[in-house]
Design a protein around this ligand. Sequence first.
Ligand SMILES: [Ca+2]
Ligand SMILES: [Ca+2]
Ligand SMILES: [Ca+2]
Ligand SMILES: [Ca+2]
Length: 260
Amino acid sequence: MKNLRLFLIALTMMNFVLISCTKDENTETTDDENAVVSEVAQTVTQDLYSRTATTDYTETATDLEDYLNGDFCFTFNYPITLLYNNGTQVVVNDDTQLLDVISTMTASLYITGISFPFDVNTATGIQTINNETDFLNLINSCDSDNDGNPNYTDDDDDNDGINDNDEDVNGDGNEFNDDSDGDGIPNCLDEDDDNDGVPTSEEDNDHNGDVSDDDSDNDGTPDYLDTDSDNDGIDDANDNDADGDGEDDEQEDDNDNGGD
Ligand SMILES: [Ca+2]
Ligand SMILES: [Ca+2]
Ligand SMILES: [Ca+2]
Ligand SMILES: [Ca+2]
């Protein structure tokens, strides 16, 4: 009788352990001999983790796709198999499951590898990543401003003088879903955020080295996001006097009144 009771207690505990190990009943574990430790897999998952592991965590699968595309220029072509640092493996079938894996990582349980080969979606189509070298080349080639510093380590992906974090206009923590001029390129990757023909880096009209503090017409929208910087009703792209000094820009050398 006593043995049966102990057996039942043990069974209950085993069930508890099993249930608590599988947070998402949709994800399955596997034993794939091609799953190996990968520094790039750690880099990618830690980057995603640092973006999602916040107290006000509200990220969606769409945000996760934005982060992958924005920081690494790819999304996964599922399924993929990820390796945990404790040796277990998980099959990931979609972005929702990946978000679940990422957002439940801890300091002691995290992703340390991946199973090669796997497929990714890039701007040029589906690409097969056969090994760690392919994977490293993939993320290092994601360098939107071609300054040699890949997006995932670059604070200013488009080199327009405004840090990526400060290009998150709607303040939701995702800088890749802000596209002020609606041209399909997010502000943090757009060299001309308001599409007025003047690159953002050249909209520093007071020449103090800070593009973000220039608001010629004081309407609350900085010039680099303002399609009509002098608020005269004529878009800057068609305005011969965008700095509003009364002189036709084509007639003057200093068409932004910066003093040079
Ligand atoms: Ca760069
Ligand atoms: Ca920028
Ligand atoms: Ca844009
Ligand atoms: Ca502009």
